[in-house]
Design a protein around this ligand. Structure first.
Ligand SMILES: [Zn+2]
Ligand SMILES: [Zn+2]
Ligand SMILES: [Zn+2]
Length: 437
C-alpha cells in the first residue's frame, strides 16, 4: 500500500441543494467531477490520506468575523454554514494533530465577503477562511496566521476583514484588477495604519502562466512568510487561474498549481473559485492533494494539455521581477511608512462605496479607526444601503486591545442612537462578546 509522507485530511462538501441559479457556474458539479477523479486516481487508498465530514458552523462562528445585516440567519443558508464548517473541520484536524495538513473542498466560496454583509458579492455570502481562522484563534489560541490567496480574483473580502489586523498576513496573487473582477488589489493597498504592510497585493498580467506564479512564490511570498513567521499558513485555493477557465486568462496548469503548493506547503487549503468544472478542477485538485501530502505529482496532467503552449513571454517575466522588487521594498519599509502616514493624527477616517454585484446592492460605509501606539486600534463602521434600507453601526474591539481603545469602542456601541441606526453590532474579540442591539 502507498503511504504519504504527510498525514492529510480531505473535507468534502459539494452543497447539492444550493446554487445562485440552476445554470450559474458556481454549482455543485464543481466538486462532483473532482470526487470522481480522486476516486479514479486512488487517492483515498493511500495510507495517510483520509476523508472527513464537515462540521456545521454556528451563528457565533460567523459573528466573530461578520456584521450580517440584519442578522446571520437572513444572509446565510445551511449550505453556507456547512461550507464554513468544512473549513473549520479542516483546521481542527490540523490543530489537534490528527492531520499534518488539510484541504477543505467545499462550496459555496467566501473570499469576496467583507466585514459588513448586506448580500452576496462575487458568489460569496460569508468568508469561510476568516471564520475558520477566528475559530482556531478562539479554540486553540492560535495567534499569527498567513493567508495566501491564489484565486485568480483579488481576495477583496479577506483583505477587508484583515485590513486592521497586524497578526494576519494577507497576500493575494490575482489577475490585475484593470482586467478582471472585482477591480481592486493594487500594490498600494497595504492595510490600515495599525496593520500597515501586512496586506500585500500582487496584481499579475494576463498570461502570467506557471513560471510567473512560481517566480512570485520564490521571490516574494516565501521570503515574506519567512520573516512574518506565521503559526498557520492558509491557501485560499481558487483554481480559476487554469488555462481552461472560462472567465480568466492566466494559463496555469495543474502542474503549476501542484508545484506552487509544494513550495508554499500550507497547513490548510480552502477551495475558492474555479469554473472549468471538467477541464481543470479534477486535475488541479489532484495535483494540490498530492503536493500537500508530500507525494509525487509529476504524472498529473490534463488530457488536452499538449495542445497548449504555456511559456510566458519575456516581458511577462520582466514584469513579475519588477513587481516583486517593488513589493519587497514596500514590505521592508512598512513600519517607517506607517509612522510617516500616521503623522500626528489620532484617527484615520475612510468613506467608500461597496457594490454587491450578485445582488445589485450598493453599500455606503464610513469607517473610523482609532490610531493607537499600544494596540492595533478599535474601529467603528457606519453602513447603509438604499436597496436593503438598513442603516447599521458596527463596532470592533481587537483581540489585543488596550483599555482606552476598548472603552472608546464600547462608548460607540452603547451611545449609538436608536433613531440613527436599525441595528448596532458589537464585535469584542478581546472579551469574546458578540452582541446586537
Ligand atoms: Zn487571489
Ligand atoms: Zn476567483
Ligand atoms: Zn489601543
Amino acid at each position: 500500500m502507498l503511504k504519504s509522507p504527510k498525514k492529510m485530511a480531505l473535507v468534502f462538501f459539494p452543497a447539492y441543494d444550493w446554487a445562485i441559479s440552476p445554470t450559474h457556474p458556481e454549482r455543485e458539479e464543481r466538486l462532483l467531477y473532482t470526487q470522481d477523479q480522486i476516486a479514479e486516481e486512488g487517492l483515498l487508498d493511500i495510507e495517510g490520506i483520509r476523508e472527513y465530514r464537515p462540521d456545521i458552523a454556528v451563528e457565533r462562528d460567523v459573528e466573530r468575523v461578520h456584521f450580517c445585516v440584519p442578522d446571520v440567519k437572513s444572509r446565510t443558508t445551511e449550505s453556507h454554514m456547512i461550507s464554513a464548517g468544512g473549513a473549520i473541520k479542516a483546521a481542527k484536524l490540523v490543530l489537534s494533530h490528527e492531520a499534518d495538513c488539510a484541504f477543505a473542498l467545499v462550496r459555496p466560496p467566501g473570499h469576496h465577503s467583507m466585514r459588513v454583509v448586506h448580500g452576496n458579492r462575487g458568489f460569496c455570502n460569508i468568508n469561510i477562511e476568516a471564520i475558520m481562522i477566528e475559530y482556531i484563534r478562539d479554540a486553540f489560541g492560535v495567534d499569527r496566521v498567513a493567508v495566501v490567496d491564489t484565486d485568480c480574483h483579488h481576495g477583496d473580502g479577506t483583505q477587508d476583514i484583515y485590513w486592521h489586523d497586524p497578526d494576519t498576513l494577507f497576500i493575494s496573487l490575482h489577475q490585475d484588477g484593470r482586467t478582471l473582477y472585482p477591480g481592486s488589489g493594487f500594490i498600494d493597498e497595504l492595510g490600515g495604519l495599525g496593520a500597515y504592510g501586512t496586506t500585500l497585493n500582487v496584481p499579475l498580467p494576463p498570461f502570467t502562466s506557471d513560471d510567473g506564479y512560481l517566480y512570485v512564490m520564490d521571490h516574494l511570498v516565501l521570503p515574506v512568510l519567512e520573516e512574518f513567521r506565521p503559526e498557520i499558513i492558509v491557501n485560499s485555493a481558487g483554481q480559476d487561474n487554469h488555462y481552461s477557465d472560462p472567465i480568466t486568462n492566466m494559463m496555469l496548469t495543474a502542474q503549476g498549481y501542484a508545484e506552487l503548493n509544494r513550495k508554499l506547503s500550507p497547513h490548510i487549503a480552502v477551495l475558492e473559485g474555479g469554473y472549468s468544472i471538467e477541464g481543470a478542477l479534477p486535475y488541479v485538485n489532484t495535483g494540490i492533494i498530492l503536493a500537500m501530502a508530500g507525494m509525487d505529482f509529476s504524472h498529473v496532467k490534463e488530457p488536452d494539455r499538449d495542445l497548449q503552449s504555456f511559456k510566458p513571454q519575456r516581458e511577462i517575466m520582466d514584469y513579475c521581477r519588477e513587481l516583486c522588487g517593488k513589493l519587497t521594498v514596500l514590505w521592508e519599509h512598512r513600519r517607517e511608512n506607517a509612522v510617516r502616514l500616521r503623522g500626528v493624527n489620532r484617527y484615520d477616517e475612510q468613506a467608500r462605496t461597496i457594490f454587491y454585484d450578485t445582488d445589485g446592492i450598493t453599500e455606503y460605509q464610513q469607517e473610523r479607526l482609532r490610531l493607537c501606539g499600544d494596540c492595533p486600534g478599535s474601529w467603528v463602521i457606519d453602513s447603509s444601503s438604499a436597496e436593503t434600507g438598513y442603516r447599521i453601526r458596527a463596532v470592533h474591539v481587537p483581540r489585543k486591545s488596550c483599555p482606552d481603545c476598548r472603552k472608546e469602542a464600547l462608548g460607540h456601541f452603547q451611545g449609538a442612537s436608536k433613531s440613527d441606526f436599525d441595528r448596532v453590532f458589537l464585535q469584542d474579540r478581546q472579551d469574546k462578546i458578540f452582541e446586537t442591539r
